[in-house]
Design a protein around this ligand. Structure first.
Ligand code: ZN
Length: 287
């Protein structure tokens, strides 16, 4: 089942859980997400950032769309961190059901202008839009971008931003960063700020940089009102670590023998995240 973000998160809001959004750019990582979602009867979001989109090439999404549409569990195919109208249009042309327009590094006024422009066009073809206010941090090992000094989302901007732009969901900055954190770095989510934002937001809230945070913080954030959590590094790391081990141990290069153990390791991480988000078994809520 392939649906848009609005349809996905409306149900999550009603039943108070969050949906994992996993960055998957090639068939093994994609299979890990889809097969675990089906195994766990959990909804899931497949997302790709513009650089990942170009790497996979547009034709890849013909396979992705067909696989998702035929599944019995609900999926959204989403563009992560579109930076321009052009990025968003390329994804819509490739059949994505949702796009993010990330104007968070522009001025607040410019962010409103570009987000509104994307929303007007996307909504004409039933594609949902995620906007962002505040900025997400970045670690050296991430390819989703971000900034060194995080600007936290100001709750006072939320109502105005949503009503001016008509976005369907909103990424907020409450202290996460993209990538795997160095050992000495201790991320701390500002959960009180999340409560304040939740109290004034009319649309579902999105948490970026969800890898590598303490589980209890993420669980609590979902309880307070996060409805989409982005996970990229954690499950990819598990996949490649296993693939590396297999290659080192066996010297093998047969894809099925090298990648299958990697897929199984990635699935363990994906399932553990789905449990944290409260989405296990929730595919039932969409039937
Ligand atoms: Zn992000």
């Amino acid at each position: 089942m392939l649906i848009n973000m609005n349809e996905m998160l409306k149900v999550a809001e009603k039943h108070q859980f969050a949906v994992g959004a996993f960055n998957a750019t090639e068939s093994s990582l994609f299979r890990a997400v889809v097969e675990e979602a089906e195994n766990s009867n959990s909804p899931a979001i497949i997302q790709v950032a513009p650089g990942e989109f170009d790497f996979a090439t547009r034709e890849f999404y013909t396979y992705v769309k067909e696989r998702l549409a035929e599944s019995r569990v609900p999926f959204v195919l989403h563009l992560d961190h579109g930076k321009s109208l052009e990025h968003c249009m390329k994804a819509i042309q490739a059949g994505f059901t949702s796009v993010m327009i990330d104007g968070s590094e522009l001025s607040y006024e410019e962010n409103i202008r570009i987000s509104k422009e994307v929303t007007e066009l996307a909504h004409m073809v039933n594609v949902s839009v995620e906007g962002e206010i505040g900025t997400i941090g970045v670690m050296d090992n991430s390819d989703e971008g971000g900034v060194r000094n995080v600007t936290y989302t100001n709750p006072e901007d939320v109502t105005e931003f949503v009503s001016q732009t008509n976005v369907d969901c909103l990424a907020i900055a409450i202290g996460t960063a993209h990538g795997i954190y160095p050992k000495e770095f201790k991320p701390k989510l500002r959960l009180q700020l999340l409560r304040e934002i939740k109290a004034v937001s009319s649309v579902p809230l999105v948490l970026h940089g969800g890898s590598n945070n303490p589980d209890e913080e993420i669980r609590e954030a979902c309880k307070i009102g996060i409805r989409k959590v982005n996970i990229s590094s954690d499950f990819k790391y598990a996949f490649f670590k296993k693939v590396n081990e297999v290659i080192e141990e066996t010297g093998g290069f047969i894809p099925a023998k090298v990648f299958t153990p990697g897929i199984l390791e990635a699935r363990k991480v994906i399932r553990q995240k789905m449990e944290l988000f409260g989405s296990l078994g929730k595919a039932e809520c969409y039937r």
